[in-house]
Write a protein that binds this ligand. Sequence first.
Ligand SMILES: O=C(CO)[C@H](O)[C@H](O)COP(=O)(O)O
Length: 234
Amino acid sequence: MNADPVTLMKQQVGYAAAAKVQSNSIVGLGTGSTTAYAIQAIGERLQSGDLQNIKGIPTSFQAIVLARQYGIPLVTLDEVEKIDIAIDGADEVDPQKNLIKGGGAAHTQEKIVDSLADQFIVVVDSGKLVDHLGSTFLLPVEVLPMAVTPVMKAIEKLGGKPQLRMGVKKAGPVVTDQGNLVIDVKFDRIDQPAELEKTLNNLPGVLENGLFVGVADIIMVGEVKDGQPSVREF
Ligand SMILES: O=C(CO)[C@H](O)[C@H](O)COP(=O)(O)O
Protein backbone atom coordinates (compact mmCIF):
# COMPACT_ATOMS: atom_id res chain seq x y z
CA MET A 1 0.00 0.00 0.00
CA ASN A 2 1.36 3.43 -0.82
CA ALA A 3 -1.38 5.53 0.82
CA ASP A 4 -0.46 8.34 3.22
CA PRO A 5 -0.44 7.47 6.96
CA VAL A 6 -3.83 9.06 7.74
CA THR A 7 -5.51 7.20 4.88
CA LEU A 8 -3.86 3.96 6.09
CA MET A 9 -5.22 4.52 9.61
CA LYS A 10 -8.70 5.23 8.28
CA GLN A 11 -8.69 2.12 6.09
CA GLN A 12 -7.40 -0.09 8.86
CA VAL A 13 -9.89 1.06 11.47
CA GLY A 14 -12.82 1.07 9.02
CA TYR A 15 -12.14 -2.53 8.03
CA ALA A 16 -11.60 -3.56 11.68
CA ALA A 17 -14.97 -2.13 12.69
CA ALA A 18 -16.72 -3.84 9.77
CA ALA A 19 -15.29 -7.16 11.03
CA LYS A 20 -17.42 -6.77 14.18
CA VAL A 21 -20.69 -6.80 12.21
CA GLN A 22 -22.53 -10.11 12.47
CA SER A 23 -25.01 -11.74 10.09
CA ASN A 24 -28.73 -11.03 10.55
CA SER A 25 -28.23 -7.54 11.92
CA ILE A 26 -29.41 -3.99 11.37
CA VAL A 27 -26.40 -1.71 10.96
CA GLY A 28 -26.29 2.06 11.33
CA LEU A 29 -24.11 3.41 8.51
CA GLY A 30 -22.27 6.57 9.51
CA THR A 31 -20.87 9.37 7.39
CA GLY A 32 -17.36 10.51 6.47
CA SER A 33 -14.16 9.22 4.94
CA THR A 34 -13.35 6.70 7.71
CA THR A 35 -16.82 5.18 7.83
CA ALA A 36 -16.73 4.92 4.05
CA TYR A 37 -14.09 2.17 4.45
CA ALA A 38 -16.34 0.34 6.92
CA ILE A 39 -19.26 0.50 4.47
CA GLN A 40 -16.99 -0.77 1.70
CA ALA A 41 -15.78 -3.63 3.91
CA ILE A 42 -19.33 -4.61 4.94
CA GLY A 43 -20.27 -4.69 1.25
CA GLU A 44 -17.26 -6.86 0.44
CA ARG A 45 -18.13 -9.30 3.25
CA LEU A 46 -21.71 -9.51 1.93
CA GLN A 47 -20.49 -10.15 -1.58
CA SER A 48 -18.07 -12.89 -0.47
CA GLY A 49 -20.79 -14.64 1.56
CA ASP A 50 -18.97 -14.03 4.84
CA LEU A 51 -22.00 -11.96 6.00
CA GLN A 52 -25.68 -12.59 5.35
CA ASN A 53 -28.90 -10.70 5.86
CA ILE A 54 -27.58 -7.25 6.68
CA LYS A 55 -29.77 -4.17 6.47
CA GLY A 56 -28.33 -0.69 6.71
CA ILE A 57 -29.81 2.48 8.19
CA PRO A 58 -28.03 5.41 6.53
CA THR A 59 -27.12 8.65 8.34
CA SER A 60 -26.76 10.83 5.24
CA PHE A 61 -27.10 11.03 1.50
CA GLN A 62 -23.40 10.03 1.32
CA ALA A 63 -24.14 6.84 3.27
CA ILE A 64 -27.06 6.03 0.96
CA VAL A 65 -24.85 6.42 -2.11
CA LEU A 66 -22.06 4.25 -0.63
CA ALA A 67 -24.48 1.56 0.56
CA ARG A 68 -25.94 1.33 -2.93
CA GLN A 69 -22.46 1.24 -4.47
CA TYR A 70 -21.39 -1.65 -2.21
CA GLY A 71 -24.67 -3.58 -2.37
CA ILE A 72 -25.95 -3.08 1.18
CA PRO A 73 -29.78 -3.14 1.33
CA LEU A 74 -31.23 -0.15 3.17
CA VAL A 75 -34.23 0.22 5.48
CA THR A 76 -35.72 3.14 7.42
CA LEU A 77 -36.29 3.53 11.15
CA ASP A 78 -40.01 2.90 10.54
CA GLU A 79 -39.23 -0.66 9.44
CA VAL A 80 -37.02 -1.94 12.27
CA GLU A 81 -37.48 -2.73 15.94
CA LYS A 82 -33.89 -1.83 16.81
CA ILE A 83 -30.43 -1.10 15.46
CA ASP A 84 -27.90 -3.73 16.49
CA ILE A 85 -24.70 -1.85 15.75
CA ALA A 86 -23.75 1.53 14.33
CA ILE A 87 -20.35 2.50 12.93
CA ASP A 88 -19.53 6.17 12.56
CA GLY A 89 -16.58 8.55 12.54
CA ALA A 90 -15.87 11.57 14.72
CA ASP A 91 -13.95 14.83 14.59
CA GLU A 92 -12.82 14.79 18.22
CA VAL A 93 -12.89 12.09 20.91
CA ASP A 94 -12.14 12.81 24.58
CA PRO A 95 -10.98 10.26 27.20
CA GLN A 96 -14.59 9.83 28.42
CA LYS A 97 -15.64 8.78 24.87
CA ASN A 98 -17.54 12.01 24.32
CA LEU A 99 -17.40 13.28 20.77
CA ILE A 100 -17.63 16.24 18.47
CA LYS A 101 -19.20 15.22 15.16
CA GLY A 102 -20.60 17.07 12.19
CA GLY A 103 -17.52 17.72 10.08
CA GLY A 104 -19.59 16.39 7.22
CA ALA A 105 -22.69 18.35 8.34
CA ALA A 106 -24.50 15.06 8.99
CA HIS A 107 -24.60 15.11 12.81
CA THR A 108 -28.38 15.41 13.13
CA GLN A 109 -29.18 12.12 11.40
CA GLU A 110 -26.02 10.58 12.87
CA LYS A 111 -27.12 11.36 16.43
CA ILE A 112 -30.53 9.78 15.83
CA VAL A 113 -29.10 6.56 14.39
CA ASP A 114 -26.00 6.27 16.62
CA SER A 115 -28.04 6.88 19.81
CA LEU A 116 -30.53 4.16 18.91
CA ALA A 117 -27.90 1.48 18.31
CA ASP A 118 -27.35 -1.27 20.90
CA GLN A 119 -23.65 -0.83 20.21
CA PHE A 120 -22.17 2.35 18.77
CA ILE A 121 -18.61 1.96 17.48
CA VAL A 122 -16.63 5.10 16.68
CA VAL A 123 -13.88 4.82 14.07
CA VAL A 124 -11.13 7.44 14.11
CA ASP A 125 -7.50 7.94 13.25
CA SER A 126 -5.27 8.81 16.19
CA GLY A 127 -5.27 12.51 15.26
CA LYS A 128 -8.86 12.78 16.50
CA LEU A 129 -8.00 12.05 20.16
CA VAL A 130 -8.05 15.13 22.42
CA ASP A 131 -7.87 15.87 26.15
CA HIS A 132 -10.77 18.34 25.98
CA LEU A 133 -13.50 18.71 23.40
CA GLY A 134 -13.17 21.89 21.40
CA SER A 135 -9.35 21.74 21.38
CA THR A 136 -8.94 21.35 17.64
CA PHE A 137 -12.37 21.37 16.02
CA LEU A 138 -15.18 23.92 15.85
CA LEU A 139 -18.53 22.66 17.18
CA PRO A 140 -21.10 22.29 14.38
CA VAL A 141 -24.67 23.47 15.04
CA GLU A 142 -27.43 22.81 12.48
CA VAL A 143 -29.83 25.76 12.26
CA LEU A 144 -32.97 26.58 10.30
CA PRO A 145 -32.01 29.23 7.70
CA MET A 146 -34.41 31.91 9.03
CA ALA A 147 -32.88 31.64 12.51
CA VAL A 148 -29.19 31.96 11.63
CA THR A 149 -28.72 35.56 12.83
CA PRO A 150 -30.53 35.24 16.21
CA VAL A 151 -28.84 31.90 16.89
CA MET A 152 -25.39 33.39 16.15
CA LYS A 153 -26.13 36.27 18.56
CA ALA A 154 -27.29 33.83 21.24
CA ILE A 155 -24.15 31.71 20.79
CA GLU A 156 -21.96 34.83 21.24
CA LYS A 157 -23.74 35.48 24.55
CA LEU A 158 -22.79 31.92 25.59
CA GLY A 159 -19.12 32.79 24.95
CA GLY A 160 -18.80 31.10 21.56
CA LYS A 161 -17.43 32.53 18.33
CA PRO A 162 -19.81 31.44 15.55
CA GLN A 163 -19.19 31.33 11.83
CA LEU A 164 -21.50 30.21 9.04
CA ARG A 165 -20.04 27.18 7.22
CA MET A 166 -19.44 28.03 3.57
CA GLY A 167 -19.46 25.60 0.67
CA VAL A 168 -16.42 24.37 -1.21
CA LYS A 169 -16.98 24.21 -4.98
CA LYS A 170 -20.43 25.67 -4.21
CA ALA A 171 -21.32 29.36 -3.96
CA GLY A 172 -22.86 30.30 -0.62
CA PRO A 173 -23.28 28.32 2.58
CA VAL A 174 -23.27 24.56 3.11
CA VAL A 175 -26.84 23.21 3.02
CA THR A 176 -27.48 20.06 5.06
CA ASP A 177 -29.39 16.97 3.91
CA GLN A 178 -32.37 18.50 5.75
CA GLY A 179 -32.09 21.84 3.88
CA ASN A 180 -30.65 23.74 6.86
CA LEU A 181 -27.40 25.65 7.50
CA VAL A 182 -24.44 24.90 9.78
CA ILE A 183 -22.86 27.33 12.23
CA ASP A 184 -19.38 26.26 13.39
CA VAL A 185 -18.59 27.55 16.87
CA LYS A 186 -15.23 28.09 18.55
CA PHE A 187 -15.44 27.57 22.30
CA ASP A 188 -12.16 28.11 24.13
CA ARG A 189 -12.66 24.92 26.10
CA ILE A 190 -15.74 22.71 26.48
CA ASP A 191 -15.63 21.60 30.12
CA GLN A 192 -19.26 20.56 30.51
CA PRO A 193 -20.28 19.02 27.19
CA ALA A 194 -23.58 17.55 28.47
CA GLU A 195 -24.80 20.97 29.62
CA LEU A 196 -23.60 22.76 26.51
CA GLU A 197 -25.30 20.15 24.31
CA LYS A 198 -28.65 20.85 25.99
CA THR A 199 -28.20 24.62 26.14
CA LEU A 200 -27.47 24.86 22.41
CA ASN A 201 -30.37 22.59 21.47
CA ASN A 202 -32.71 24.79 23.54
CA LEU A 203 -32.03 27.84 21.35
CA PRO A 204 -35.07 28.37 19.08
CA GLY A 205 -34.07 27.51 15.52
CA VAL A 206 -31.36 25.00 16.46
CA LEU A 207 -32.05 21.52 15.16
CA GLU A 208 -29.06 19.67 16.61
CA ASN A 209 -25.44 20.23 17.62
CA GLY A 210 -22.41 17.99 17.19
CA LEU A 211 -21.78 17.11 20.85
CA PHE A 212 -22.33 13.38 21.41
CA VAL A 213 -22.18 12.84 25.17
CA GLY A 214 -22.45 9.35 26.61
CA VAL A 215 -23.45 7.86 23.25
CA ALA A 216 -20.31 5.97 22.15
CA ASP A 217 -19.67 2.44 23.43
CA ILE A 218 -16.34 1.59 21.80
CA ILE A 219 -13.71 3.87 20.29
CA MET A 220 -11.57 2.16 17.65
CA VAL A 221 -8.40 4.11 16.88
CA GLY A 222 -6.32 3.59 13.77
CA GLU A 223 -2.62 4.18 14.37
CA VAL A 224 0.61 3.88 12.41
CA LYS A 225 3.71 2.83 14.33
CA ASP A 226 7.04 2.30 12.58
CA GLY A 227 5.19 2.42 9.29
CA GLN A 228 2.82 -0.36 10.36
CA PRO A 229 -0.91 0.38 10.69
CA SER A 230 -2.67 -1.03 13.77
CA VAL A 231 -5.95 -0.60 15.64
CA ARG A 232 -6.58 -0.26 19.36
CA GLU A 233 -9.84 0.05 21.28
CA PHE A 234 -10.97 1.76 24.45
O1 LIG B 1 -19.40 13.56 11.84
C1 LIG B 1 -19.14 13.29 10.70
C2 LIG B 1 -19.94 13.76 9.55
O2 LIG B 1 -20.93 14.66 9.95
C3 LIG B 1 -17.95 12.44 10.38
O3 LIG B 1 -18.13 11.20 10.94
C4 LIG B 1 -16.73 13.13 10.93
O4 LIG B 1 -16.63 14.41 10.33
C5 LIG B 1 -15.45 12.32 10.66
O5 LIG B 1 -15.22 12.26 9.28
P1 LIG B 1 -13.89 11.61 8.68
O6 LIG B 1 -13.94 10.16 8.99
O7 LIG B 1 -13.98 11.92 7.22
O8 LIG B 1 -12.72 12.29 9.33
